[in-house]
Structure formats: C-alpha cells, structure tokens
Design a protein around this ligand. Sequence first.
Ligand code: GLY
Length: 599
Amino acid sequence: MIHRLMMTSACALAMALPGAAQQAADQVDPEIAVDLPAAFDGLSEAAAAAWASRSEGRPVEGERWMVAAQNPIAAEAGAQVLRDGGTAADAMVAVQAMLGLVEPQSSGLGGGAFLVWYDAETGEVTTLDGRETAPLAATPRLFQDDDGEPLPFWDAVMGGLSVGTPGTPALMEAAQRRWGRANWAGLFDDAIAVAEDGFAISPRLAGQIADDADRLMRFPETAAYFHPDGAPLAEGDLRTNPDYAETLRALAAEGASAFYRGPIAEDIVAAVRGAEGAPGLLSLEDMARYRVIERPAVCTDYRGAEVCGMGPPSSGAISVAQILGKLEAFDMAGMDPQAPETWRLIGDATRLAFADRGRFIADSDFVPVPVGGLIDPGYLAERAELLRREDALTEVPVGTPEWDHALLQASDTDPERPATSHISIVDADGNALSMTTTIESGFGARLFVRGFLLNNELTDFSFRSHEDGWPIANRVEPGKRPRSSMAPTVVLRDGAPVLVTGSPGGAPIIVYTATHILAHLDWGMDVQAAADMPQLVNAFGTYILEEGTWAADLAQPLEDMGFEVSIGPRPSGVQAISITEGRLSGGADPRREGIALGE
Ligand code: GLY
C-alpha cells in the first residue's frame, strides 16, 4: 500500500529554490507518496529515506559515491558494490543485472545500451556503443509490405522481425573489464539470489503488464511468465525467475561469450526465427559477430560547461547540443521557467533540432553524418536567428550544416516508443558513469527467452527506405545500428564532472535531458527539482504538455502563438547526480520508481 501525505512538493521545495524556479519545479501530483510501496518492503532504511526524499522534492546527499537507478532494488544492488569499494563500472553491472529482473519491460540482457564514462585518473570522457545491430540478412525493405509500403507499427514490433542482435551483455563486460576492479562473477550474486527467491511485482510493472495483456498473451513463453495461470501478475505478487538465474550464472562463470555463442545464443535465435506468425532473421553468425564499439564522445560548450554524450548511432548528444546551442543565444537564466515565451523558444529550438536529426543522423559506420557541422557554434547561432520572433515557427526547415559530402537525403519521421531505463553513478574514486539502456518499447518484441525479453530495437530504423527517390539515412541495412534518441550525458566544468544525467522516454529523451541540464545550469534547480519539473515536449510539431501540472496551463498561450497543442502524460525518467565542491546530490524522476542512494 502507498501511504500518501497531503503536502505539495512546492511546499517542500519552498526553502530550496528561488521564486519562479521553485514554482516551476512543482510536482506532477499534489499528493506525495512518501513511503516506499509495499512491493519494495525489506529494502534498507536508506532506500526508504531516499524514496521519502524524492517524494518531498529533496535530493539525496552524499560525499563519497552515489547511484541513481529506476528501481530501488537495482539501486540497492549498485550501492552495495560501491560501498564495498567497487567502481562505477562494477556497480553498473550489478544494477543492470537486477534491472533485467525487476524492471524487465524496460531494459535487460536482450537489449542494447550506450555508456558515457568520465575517468577520474585521466580526465577523459569515453563513450561505448552497445546498440543492437540489424541481422546480416536484413534489407532496407525489412518493414515494408509487398508494395513497398511501411508495415503497421505493431505488426513490425511483435515477434522476430524487430529483434536486433543484443548489445547489453557485451557492453557490461567491456566496461567492467576496462574500468572495474571487483570480481566479475560476484557482481551477479544479488540478482541471482533475487531471481531464485523471488521479488514482488512493482506497481509500475503491474500496471504495464495489465495494459499490455493482449500483446503479452500472444507468445506462450511470454504469457506463461507474465500471466501465470492465465491471470496477469499483479502488484505485490511474488515472482521467481529461475531461468534468468541460470542465464546470469552462465554469464558470471564464462563472461559475455556464454551469451553470444552456445546454448543461450541458440535459444535466442530459435525464438526469433520461430516466432509464430512473425519470424525474424537473426542468426548465430549475427550473435557471434557482435562487438561493442568505442566512439568519440560528442562534447559541446554550453555557457562555460562542457556537455558530453553519445554520438551516432545515437542522435542524443547532437540533438541535446543543438537545442542548448541555440538557446545559448538567449538569456535563459533571466527567463521565467513557467512563461509561455520561454517554452516557445525551447519548443522551436527542439523542432529545428529534430528537423536536422531526421535528415542527417544515423549509424555513421554506414552513412556519412556531419557531426562537426551540426554542433558548430556558428551554425547553431545562425539557426538561433530563426527563433528571434514572437510566435511559433510556421516552417521548420532542415539546416545546411557545413559538410564535406555532396549528398542528397530525404528526412524520416518515425518516432520511437517511450520505454527504456537510465543509470547514473559516481564512485568513490570520482569516476562518473551515465548509461541509458533499453529493449525499445515496453516488453520489447514480446519474446521471452531464458528469463529475459528480446528487444524490438530494429523498429527504431525508418520503415521507409526512400522518399521521393532520395534515400533516408536511417534506413535498414545489414549489420547497421538503428538511430537512437538515448542521451546519457556527463557535464563537466574545468575538466571535472558537475552533472551526470539522462532519461528514458523514446524520442522525447532528448528534450527531457536537455531541459534537465538547462533547469540545473540556468535556473539553479537541484537535480531533484529539475527532475520534478513538468515536461513540455515539441519534437514533431505538436506541443505535448504534461497533464495535471502547470504545463497544461500554457496550452492557451502556446496555441495563441501558433502551436498545435495537446495535453497528456510525459513519462520521463531522469536519474541524475550533481557534484558541487565534492558533495554529491542525487535525484530520481517521480514519474517512475527510481531512487538515488549515496554515502
Ligand atoms: N529505443 C529508444 C531509443 O533508442 O531512443
């Protein structure tokens, strides 16, 4: 049972923030759940305190280490590793192994992830790409019917066709080998124990199982796990997952190769190729060939801070940099966070960024991407000139960034679904890790193998391969990685990290991350207040304002400016840590089930 305390978060925040910024951080629900939901009974007092802290709009404070993850059981697994002297990379393995069990609908072994690492010893920022790959047998027409028309979205998602070669197990191993110091096998102990002893289904997971009942029932193994005895798992039900424990034991004993070769790989391929009514193309060769790729971090200056994140195949860092880079031309710190004019600027800066994203950004191993041109300060200043007006843009032109290629491409517009999970960690050595991890839509392809779900990441490709005869950069190609919006970010000042952030949520991830950075740097909100702030997202033309918050009150003024507006849920999931003069503050988005834990 969730106990509710009648206290507005505006009230709780009143002492923490200056005037307008404090009001802007007002939470979604005026009633705050202060106690941990019963599904998380048995966790530490620190977890309960962290939940209360989040509910009251206060960040969790620490001096040595901090972990913020989207589920309290997973955050605790990471905290234990950090308490025992492990690095952020060690803790990430424990958090991810647990998330795959207790939040299986969002991320796990069957998915992919991007990781940003700040190394305290060298001062360097490194990014690792653990994104899924399209099978070698895939063609640009993977998601088209016989007439070349795109398949209906859910027809493409469900079953084997959408499953890319998973990257998360390889990423966990690559990061831990490089930056970890703990015994690899021991990092799986907690998740194995919980998988065998059972965990209580959380409120959010229960809701999603109920909402997705028809799709989950389509495949027998998936139905048997989520609907045992024909009824959906409900909040508080105890669920064991011995198959997952066995999979983790194999990973613990043999490393990621146990996943990519041998019986686990064979079962994954069999499930994909044998999916009833929707067989896919994944092969044992695809599994065996999978590699994590180290890519150059995309870092840009924003008001003297350096914002670093993941480049292609993610559009995350480039698009965040484009939004912030255009807003830098305006006095955002002097603007009221609740004023329609403020959101006119942010909304149209976002639309312009998404216009470029749809035209230029894809897997740069397959198509040239003008990364330098897209984040060039001169180019962004030029684009910012388009925003010097009083009403909404009537046209949202694709830009002409400097580029050494003569290439004509068409734009794509396929949005992604709002699932995914985010992990932020700072360890006692001062290393910082930001990782966004996903199986794409909630419950991925709905195929359940060896205790985990398989991704539907390939639907992040453009279903259309061409438009008016011009190729689309993000078309399907064999071995290619689908464009992502995931934006794991580390912000540095004078070469040291000051903010570790990121969010789940599909294409709006870019906006959730950019506005979290903006609220913290420009409006002085702490990480929790910035995560609490209502969400307003305009990526593709319609301004979606978070229901039940002051954002909805901006509907009329934004409409008067010429925006198309709708009001609805905005399920961000920011998990973030700030570092100020050696002190750590952790925040977790109240829209999901995360907490920050630190000491
Ligand atoms: N599938 C979510 C993303 O990669 O953006």
